[in-house]
Design a protein around this ligand. Structure first.
Ligand SMILES: [Zn+2]
Length: 372
């Protein structure tokens, strides 16, 4: 909605330990059958606190949220016809009503606040819409209840979940820059534009991810690559991402992402064996000696009397007798046939079956040569 400078601005702010959210809205036409005014959001603002700012106490953070929002919307709020209706948690801001011995930081903020015409209103906590902006997913809801607490999140919380609210801010901005695309999608898919309930375009209560590869990669980094995610499989990753996000064709995208994940490829649990299983070579009951033979070459041995390989010929079918014949690594099928002729053929004639792990070419050379 375009701001109307002839109407007062309403500013909702909320601060948590790691970041803040704000909604700038204006009063619209009263809803039919009720005198309750309707608020139209003009803009949303999500911001992360710096590590230093996170250490501020809740009163300071609440005040900082107000100041950051005012500065962010200075173009709208720097000069106003009416006082800016600041709706925020009474308890935290009224703290500043009392005289305090303020530090230099707060004194400077107060100086900056003087640039704006503010009217502070108390609104009950549960109807505070900016709450939702700050209560981003994966936030440590258990330890952070926004009362007079400044419990610092554990290190892991800072490292991993902090990035999510950051990312969701980016998503919000990216959706904004892809407005036309969102509207196009809306024609075929029941996605909902941002509202007072959500600063994002939503589909089925899920945040719509615009066609920005960067955002999709960031999400996958968080839900798949991060040490806390631990490279879950395709189904698990899809399930996690689907819990809160949606984009057209997301499952295929995620599946392809995981296929391309180097770590996953390296640590893949092989579902098919790499070794061919051993199997018994059947033998005939009435096999004669050397009717079924197995060849093997033990090559690249230290040279001895001009030989550097050993040809083993095993009678596979009958006696299991093995012959070890010195030869050369470079032995050809013809030469092998020659050796066979000299050592085996003279006694047992040609074999009916030859087993060898040499290439078939070699074996056929051997068979042809032997036939001569
Ligand atoms: Zn992976």
């Amino acid at each position: 909605m375009q701001p109307d400078y002839n109407k007062p601005f309403i500013l909702h702010t909320d601060a948590l330990s790691y970041g803040m959210g704000a909604i700038l809205s204006q009063q619209g036409e009263s809803q039919q059958n009720t005198t309750k005014p309707k608020f139209h959001p003009v803009a949303y603002y999500l911001s992360m606190f710096s590590p230093t700012e996170r250490n501020y106490d809740i009163y300071e953070r609440e005040l900082l949220a107000v100041l950051k929002s005012l500065i962010h919307w200075r173009a709208h709020l720097g000069w106003t016809k009416y006082p800016i209706q600041l709706l925020t948690d009474h308890a935290n801001l009224t703290y500043w009503k009392q005289p305090h011995k303020v530090n230099r930081r707060v004194a400077r903020w107060y100086g900056e606040l003087q640039d704006y015409w503010l009217e502070i209103h108390h609104i009950p906590r549960k109807t505070h819409p900016a709450d939702m902006l700050s209560h981003l997913p994966n936030a440590d809801k258990g330890t952070e209840d926004n009362q007079e607490v400044t419990v610092l999140p554990p290190t892991a919380f800072v490292n991993t979940t902090i990035t999510l609210p950051n990312l969701e801010t980016s998503i919000c901005m990216s959706q904004n820059s892809h407005q036309s695309m969102m509207k196009k999608w809306m024609k075929t898919i029941p996605i909902l534009p941002p509202s007072i309930r959500s600063p994002w375009w939503m589909f089925n209560n899920k945040i719509v991810i615009p066609p920005t590869i960067y955002l999709r990669r960031q999400l996958l980094r968080l839900f798949h690559d991060a040490p806390t995610a631990g490279h879950p499989g395709r189904d698990e990753t899809q399930r996690k991402v689907q819990e809160r996000y949606w984009w057209p064709g997301m499952n295929t995208w995620i599946s392809e992402y995981i296929t391309g994940c180097a770590s996953c490829q390296q640590n893949k649990n092989l579902t098919h064996p790499t070794k061919i299983p051993l199997f018994r070579i059947p033998t005939q009951e009435d096999a004669t000696p050397f009717s079924q033979v197995a060849f093997d070459l033990i090559m690249q041995l230290p040279e001895s009397n001009g030989h550097d390989a050993v040809l083993t010929i095993v009678d596979h079918g009958c006696s299991q007798v093995a012959l070890f014949i010195p030869c050369k690594t470079t032995i050809s099928g013809t030469h092998l046939a020659q050796l066979y002729l000299e050592h085996v053929y003279v006694w047992f004639r040609a074999p009916k079956k030859v087993i060898s792990d040499r290439d078939p070419h070699f074996t056929s050379h051997f068979a042809k040569a032997l036939a001569k």
